[in-house]
Design a protein around this ligand. Structure first.
Ligand SMILES: N[C@@H](CCC(=O)N[C@@H](CS)C(=O)NCC(=O)O)C(=O)O
Length: 260
């Protein structure tokens, strides 16, 4: 029987949370992985599978497409119900908290929530360039005032997340889909905010998030996903990406770049 196809990319934090689920559950061999470049997402064949054009994507053997990473994770938890570790808490209150954390991530940090040119997610301020380049297509460039506003939003959302952290994981004593969702994005924060904007400490005034990151990284599957993300971004940090152009933007002192 054919396997579900998982459209994945190692530079994508939204895809990384699906990979982490597969590793934690020991299910990676049950899925066919299609590594997909951003340019391939614009291909009519991909757009036919996911008219939203976003990655990750899961296509079932029946032909049904499941898009949006939180929808994919919910589907996987439902489909493999009973397979440990359970990543969804039992009580309605704990579940509501988990969904809230995921919603904050998806709506305020990691999704453009729009398919039109010129709209990018908040997190894009860390790595999408100010002008068209081989890394940043024209429709994803970020003008300086928008970059500064997105950066202020990231700073604010870090405080919101600190407030939502129950500890040691987002929803208390056990890892849930909320932790899988946030962890890869925090790998981005720790890698990019000090590099592009000279932030001295992403966890400044956020001891709960700092302790959570350490707790997560005790897990070997989490370590593997971290390594994959860092390796995939390494050439971009060394000049293939747009970090030099972003650092150049921060010479404009009429905007705030360094936090706190
Ligand atoms: N809400 C979507 C967001 C997905 C998303 O923005 N994916 C990025 C890769 S991490 C992407 O496809 N970017 C390309 C684009 O927006 O054109 C999800 O959670 O899956």
């Amino acid at each position: 029987m054919s396997k579900p196809v998982f459209y994945d990319r190692f530079t994508s934090n939204n895809a990384a949370r699906i990979r982490l689920w597969l590793y934690l559950k020991g299910k990676e061999d049950d899925f066919e992985v299609q590594l997909t470049k951003h340019a391939q997402q614009l291909d009519p064949k991909y757009q036919a599978l996911n008219p939203l054009g976003k990655l990750p994507l899961l296509v079932l053997p029946s032909g049904q497409s499941i898009a949006e990473s939180s929808v994919i994770l919910s589907y996987l938890e439902d489909k493999y119900k009973g397979l440990s570790p359970s990543l969804r808490p039992d009580s309605p209150e704990d579940r509501a908290h988990m969904e809230m954390v995921i919603r904050v991530h998806d709506v305020y940090i990691a999704s453009p929530n729009c398919t039109q040119p010129g709209f990018t997610h908040t997190q894009g301020c860390m790595y999408l360039g100010p002008t068209e380049s081989h890394f940043t297509p024209k429709e994803r460039t970020i003008p300086r005032p928008a970059r500064a506003a997105k950066l202020a939003e990231l700073w604010k959302q870090l405080d919101i997340l600190e407030g939502l952290m129950w500890g040691p994981y987002f929803v208390g004593s056990a890892m849930t889909l909320a932790d899988l969702t946030l962890y890869p994005t925090f790998v981005f924060f720790v890698m990019m905010l000090p590099l592009a904007f000279r932030w001295p400490d992403v966890f400044h005034g956020r001891p709960k998030l700092c302790a959570w990151m350490g707790e997560m990284e005790k897990n070997a599957h989490v370590q593997m996903v971290k390594r994959q993300i860092l390796d995939a971004w390494e050439p971009k940090l060394r000049g293939e990406g747009d970090f030099d152009a972003i650092i150049e933007e921060t010479k404009d002192s009429s905007f705030k770049w360094v936090y706190p």
